[in-house]
Design a protein around this ligand. Structure first.
Ligand code: ATP
Ligand code: SF4
Length: 330
C-alpha cells in the first residue's frame, strides 16, 4: 500500500491563556502527496501557523493540548521522542520558512556562514562541503555566488527571502512549510519568488504547505486548497474546483474580497470579525457573519460534507437548506 507523504488526522492544538484554553486548531484532517502543494488560507487567527508549528514541533510552551495523528511516509510523528524528531525529522524531512523570516538573519554574520551552519551542525558536513552545497543552493534560488560573502543588510528583501529559502532546503527536506513567505515583499518581487517556488516544487519534487491569507496567491502554486475558519477547515478540495465552484459561503466571500482589475464592482468586505475561539459561536462557527445563515446554522454544527470529487465543505447548504440529514462523518 502506498502512503501519502503526509497524513494529518484530527489534529487538535489548544493554547493555555489567562482567560482559559484557546483551541487554535480543532480537528483538522488532510493529506498531501509527494510533489503536491496544499494551500492553507483564511483570515488571521484561523490556526494556519499553529498547524505548521505543530508539524515542525516548534509550538510555544503554553500549549495545553496536542492531539491527533500525523504520519510522514507512513511513520507516526507525534509519538516520536523529541530527540529522535530533532535528529531525523526537523529540517531533514520537514523544513519551514517562517513569517518575516528574512528579518531573522543575524546582522553581523555573512550570509554564507548562516546558510552553511545547519549543514555543518545538523548535517555533519565539513566546511568545504557545506560551502560547495551552499553555493549550489544559492544558484538554485537564482542568487549570485558573491551573496555568500555579503552581510544581510547588503541584500534586498527579495534576495534575503531567497537566501532563507536556500537555508530551508539545506538538508534536502521532502516537505517545505511556507508561512506567508512573500508578505513582506512588494508585488513584483512577490511574483518572482512565487515563480521560483513553483520551479523548486517541480524540479525537486518538493511537497509544499503554503500558508497565506491571500487565496489568489495560494492558487498560483497549490494543487489543493484548504480554507480555514476559526480553527477548522471550512472547505477542502482541488484548487481549480474551490476557485471555480466554491461551496462554502466563507470561501465565496474570500474570493469576492479580492481586488480585480477587470471587474467593475469594488471588492466586497467580509462582514464582522473572526470569533474569540475561547467561546466560539454555537452551531456553525461562521453563522454570525454568514449572509446565507438560516435557522439550523446556529443550532447544529455542520461536518465536512462531500460536494465533489475530493471536495468537501463544512456547510449545511451542501445538503440543501431544507434537509435535516446528517452529513458524512469526518
Ligand atoms: P496569522 O496569519 O495571524 O498567524 P493564523 O491563521 O496563522 O493567523 P495562528 O497564528 O495559528 O493563526 O493562531 C490561531 C489562534 O491561536 C489565534 O487566535 C491566536 O491568537 C492564538 N494563538 C497563537 N499563538 C498563541 C499563543 N502562544 N498563546 C495563546 N494563543 C495563541
Ligand atoms: Fe452559512 Fe449556515 Fe453554511 Fe454556516 S452552515 S456557512 S452559517 S449557510
Amino acid at each position: 500500500m502506498t502512503h501519502p507523504l503526509l497524513r494529518v488526522q484530527d489534529l487538535r492544538v489548544s493554547y493555555r491563556t489567562p482567560a482559559g484554553d484557546l483551541p487554535a486548531v480543532d480537528g483538522v484532517s488532510f493529506s498531501l502527496a509527494q510533489g503536491q502543494a496544499l494551500g492553507l488560507v483564511g483570515e488571521s487567527g484561523a490556526g494556519k501557523s499553529t498547524i505548521a508549528l505543530a508539524l515542525m514541533r516548534l509550538l510555544p510552551r503554553n500549549v495545553a493540548q496536542l492531539e491527533g495523528e500525523v504520519e510522514l511516509e507512513g511513520a507516526a510523528l507525534l509519538s516520536l521522542p523529541d530527540e529522535a524528531f530533532r535528529r531525523e525529522v526537523r529540517w531533514r524531512k520537514i523544513a519551514m520558512v517562517f513569517q518575516a523570516a528574512q528579518e531573522a538573519f543575524n546582522p553581523v554574520l555573512r550570509i554564507g556562514d548562516q546558510v552553511t551552519e545547519p549543514m555543518i551542525v545538523l548535517g555533519g558536513m565539513s566546511k568545504a562541503e557545506a560551502r560547495a552545497e551552499a553555493l549550489r543552493l544559492l544558484d538554485l534560488v537564482r542568487l549570485p555566488g558573491e551573496v555568500f560573502q555579503r552581510y544581510p543588510h547588503e541584500l534586498s528583501g527579495g534576495m534575503k527571502q531567497r537566501a532563507v529559502i536556500a537555508m530551508a532546503l539545506a538538508l534536502k527536506p521532502k516537505l517545505l512549510l511556507l508561512d506567508e513567505p512573500t508578505s513582506a515583499l512588494d508585488v513584483t518581487v512577490q511574483a518572482q519568488i512565487m515563480d521560483q517556488l513553483k520551479d523548486l516544487k517541480r524540479d525537486l519534487g518538493l511537497s509544499v504547505i503554503f500558508i497565506t491569507h491571500d487565496i489568489a496567491l495560494a492558487s498560483d502554486i497549490c494543487d489543493t486548497l484548504g480554507v480555514m475558519y476559526a480553527g477548522k477547515l471550512a472547505e477542502l478540495g482541488p484548487a481549480e474546483a474551490v476557485l471555480a465552484r466554491p461551496q462554502h459561503p466563507y470561501t465565496r466571500l474570500l474570493l469576492a474580497s479580492l481586488p480585480r482589475l477587470a471587474q467593475e464592482r469594488p471588492p466586497q468586505f467580509i462582514p464582522g470579525i473572526p470569533p474569540d475561539l475561547r467561546a466560539p459561536p454555537s452551531g456553525c462557527r461562521f453563522h454570525p457573519r454568514c449572509p446565507q445563515a438560516f435557522e439550523r446554522c446556529s443550532r447544529e454544527e455542520p461536518p465536512l460534507l462531500a460536494v465533489g470529487e475530493g471536495h468537501t465543505s463544512r456547510c449545511w447548504l451542501a445538503e440543501g437548506p431544507g434537509s435535516s440529514r446528517r452529513g458524512t462523518p469526518e
